[in-house]
Ligand binder design. Structure first.
Ligand code: ATP
Ligand code: MG
Length: 300
């Protein structure tokens, strides 16, 4: 769970060093998985989000998630603050993020009752849960619980910088066999060492059933194991703030994917036809384009 603080300076940072830079500043609920959950529920999926926040923010975040239709299980941390990110948005919409993970680093098994998985079809995790040893232990435990139940797993690697700092090969090993992986270009580059998106996507299908490499204004590449990768153009948009475009993309893709592949009795979504996956990706670029044209990462 993250408190986003979006800062959009009206002047260049060099305009008056050491004094005021007029800016538009807005506080928003955020966090990649929470944003994605909000988009999935907004688009009709049945979603439970589990996480941890500073005690004074729990009611606020629960309310914000409920507004999108997400059931939230938020553990209240009485010592650590909610994780927070200051996002500085440049005039072209590109952002720099200053990240303090706060209470997220104190997530523990008891915050995530395994019975939540009993009637789930999919477990989604972001790479942030693999970044620090105590969290990694929770992530690996959850993956084990999903595996034991025959649940599909989906992964958004989430941060090229964090992937690079942990061991990309270990990340591939931990998440091996996930049904879908959604890296952006930088994350896919760190995971594969490749420079071309088509090559990154093909290479990652050695580890995952479906791979969607998100390419910002260039759209995405969709790859399914055993099929040639398919480039899909972005939906044209004038970028104001790209924060959460990737989360909206994943949420939209997953809502369509899950609708196209009804879960089998064991819970695992059956394999989807490439045409259904391409339709899900085309829907995802449309939804993501709506997010880049305005401030904020959640559905309105
Ligand atoms: N400038 C843009 N114009 C149109 N569409 C865009 C633009 N930027 C991003 N998108 C859409 O959003 C999708 C996801 O964006 P991106 O590749 O930046 O993912 P990401 O890095 O995971 O994003 P996030 O900042 O949420 O982590 C892209 O695949 C594209 O469809
Ligand atoms: Mg992302």
């Amino acid at each position: 769970m993250i408190n986003d603080l979006l800062v959009k300076p009206s002047d260049s940072l060099e305009s008056w060093p050491g004094s005021d830079i007029l800016s538009t500043i807005s506080a928003r609920p955020g966090g990649a998985a929470a944003n994605q959950a909000a988009w999935m529920a907004h688009l009709g999926a049945d979603v439970t989000f589990a996480g941890r926040a500073g005690a004074r923010d729990v009611a606020y975040h629960r309310r914000e998630l409920a507004r999108a239709g997400v059931r939230a299980r938020l553990a209240a941390d009485h010592e650590a603050e909610t994780g927070s990110i200051v996002i500085m948005v440049a005039p072209d919409g590109e952002r720099t993020m200053f990240t303090d993970r706060g209470a997220n680093l104190r997530l523990q098994r008891s915050d995530l009752p395994a019975r939540l998985l009993d009637d789930a079809a999919v477990l989604h995790l972001t790479g942030y849960t693999f970044c620090e040893p105590p969290l990694l232990e929770v992530a690996l435990w959850l993956l084990g619980q999903a595996r034991a139940r025959g649940l599909a797993v989906t992964i958004d690697p989430g941060s090229a910088a964090f992937l690079d700092r942990m061991d990309p090969a270990a990340f591939l090993r931990w998440t091996e066999g996930a049904a879908v992986c959604f890296p952006n270009r930088d994350e896919a580059a760190v995971l594969t060492g490749e420079t071309e998106p088509l090559a990154m996507a093909s290479r990652l299908t050695r580890h995952y059933g479906i791979v969607v490499v998100k390419l910002g204004a260039a759209g995405c590449v969709l790859a399914a194991r055993g099929e040639a990768p398919v480039p899909i153009a972005a939906h044209p948009a004038r970028a104001t703030d790209t924060t959460g475009a990737g989360d909206a993309f994943c949420g939209a893709f997953m809502s369509k994917w899950l609708a196209a592949v009804p879960a089998t009795p064991g819970g695992r979504p059956a394999s989807a036809a490439l045409a259904d996956l391409a339709a899900a990706a085309k829907f995802a670029v449309q939804v993501a384009a709506t997010v880049v044209t305005r401030f904020g990462a959640r559905p309105v």
